[in-house]
Design a protein around this ligand. Sequence first.
Ligand SMILES: Cc1cc2nc3c(=O)[nH]c(=O)nc-3n(C[C@H](O)[C@H](O)[C@H](O)COP(=O)(O)O)c2cc1C
Length: 207
Amino acid sequence: MTQTATPVAAAPKATLNPEALDQLFRTARTAQAFEQVYVSDQQLHDLYNLLKFAPTAFNAQPARFVFVRSAQAKERLKPALSAGNVDKSLAASVTVIVAQDTRFFEHLPKQFPAYDAKPLFVGNAALAEATAFRNSSLQGAYLILAARSLGLDAGPQSGFDAELVNKSFFPSGRYKANFLINLGVAKKGAHYVRGPRLAFDDVAEVL
Ligand SMILES: Cc1cc2nc3c(=O)[nH]c(=O)nc-3n(C[C@H](O)[C@H](O)[C@H](O)COP(=O)(O)O)c2cc1C
């Protein structure tokens, strides 16, 4: 929209209270060690039932989530983890494998009723791959914020061998691991020194 000469700031819907903004963003930290607590099936359903509403291109929802919670499943995951990620992933209540469905577009006729978007992706592997990666990454990020909003701590990780995870958890080849997210309750103070964030002027411009 073109700005008028004397712009009037948009009147937003109610802003979340400062405590909620702290919990989601300002004081939330990436967990590096976890308390031994159980995260229930109900909590995992609650998590998904929030994150599923956040937007994806064409409402395609390419992410798939494997909630690795049992000791046996953690043992399957362990060989794929980078050395520095082993202890915290085994300690976390759940390690989520965020994967992408390489054939997400098969769901489009139902998931995106506005018009037929499936033909855009059939036979265009590069577009399908980019769309699956971009939107499953977004959905993983939504999961982190949903977890924080439900009072859980999260620890995303890209330090793992995706090929090993794919072999062990997705042998059909249809799904590909994107990244991992540890979930649970962080041990008090179990995080690295807070790294500074780049300032608005360092990263943004308003044209
Ligand atoms: C996609 C992604 C991958 C990450 N991979 C790892 C990892 O493999 N191991 C690790 O210890 N931390 C990993 N991190 C954690 C980041 O280093 C951490 O979120 C960042 O430094 C911000 O920390 P803070 O939330 O405590 O401020 C990853 C974070 C993201 C979002």
